[in-house]
Design a protein around this ligand. Structure first.
Ligand SMILES: *Cc1c(COP(=O)(O)O)cnc(C)c1O
Length: 229
């Protein structure tokens, strides 16, 4: 068994154990493999282990990989910061965008998605633990954003995405509570099914709190080497 297969099995096993401990169905928690900084051939190897969902943070790097790997049946997720002038590529090339935090971004993604494509899945990124960052909307803005964004065509508003500071399990509990509270604002509540939270270091806490998608890089691929970029 190769290293990637072993690493993935280990992560899947941790997810399963976390689900058992939390009395949750393991099928409710999806594994998004975060492949940023890793080359296309490594993604192809991970794909061969059965992984289909991959997450990328940097647009140009992602577009190159999507082109290289277009013969594979990969579901591409953009999990990086969304810049207003980059929405066209996101709308055209990805299945999911996790970092939507303003109405204007959602409006652009909706108008730039091709009518022939299936709707673009999006999550609202929330700054759930009051970090000093410009990424993510404020918790008190979420209800209004759900109300307006869920009415846009060619988007499917799936849920929330959070990146709390390390060692803050309460942030995941707060995110789950917010997720449940704002559902009533959604135009199509049956679409509201995703809590994108948890990474290599904190996925157990995230699953205990209700995560439905963990975004895992290091535990699958090893440490990232940014000097190669
Ligand atoms: C890089 C990244 C991850 C993966 O982090 P690891 O600690 O390597 O698992 C998850 N989510 C986002 C938004 C990231 O940028």
């Amino acid at each position: 068994m190769n290293d990637l297969k072993q690493a993935r099995n280990q992560v899947l096993q941790q997810i399963q154990q976390a689900c058992e401990a939390a009395n949750r169905d393991v099928n409710e928690v999806h594994l998004l493999a975060v492949s940023k900084t890793h080359p296309s051939d490594l993604i192809e190897e991970m794909y061969a282990t059965g992984q289909r969902m991959f997450g990328e943070n940097y647009l140009q790097e992602a577009l190159d990989k999507i082109e290289n790997l277009k013969s594979l049946d990969i579901e591409w997720h953009f999990i990086g910061h969304v810049q207003r002038n980059k929405t066209k590529h996101l709308a055209e090339k990805f299945a999911w965008v996790h970092g939507v935090d303003r109405l204007i971004i959602a409006e652009r993604l909706s108008s730039q998605r091709e009518a022939s494509q299936v709707p673009l899945n999006i999550c609202l990124q929330v700054n759930i633990d009051a970090q000093d960052t410009k990424d993510g909307c404020q918790p008190n803005e979420v209800a209004e954003l759900v109300r307006t964004i869920s009415q846009l065509p060619l988007l499917k508003l799936r849920g929330l995405m959070v990146i709390p500071a390390p060692n803050n399990p309460q942030a995941f509990i707060d995110a789950k509570q917010l997720f449940e509270t704002v559902k009533i604002e959604h135009q199509h509540p049956e679409d509201w099914d995703t809590l994108s939270m948890g990474m290599s270091g904190d996925m157990l806490d995230a699953i205990a709190a209700g995560s439905t998608m963990v975004r895992v890089g290091t535990a699958l691929f090893g440490a990232r080497d940014y000097s190669q970029k």
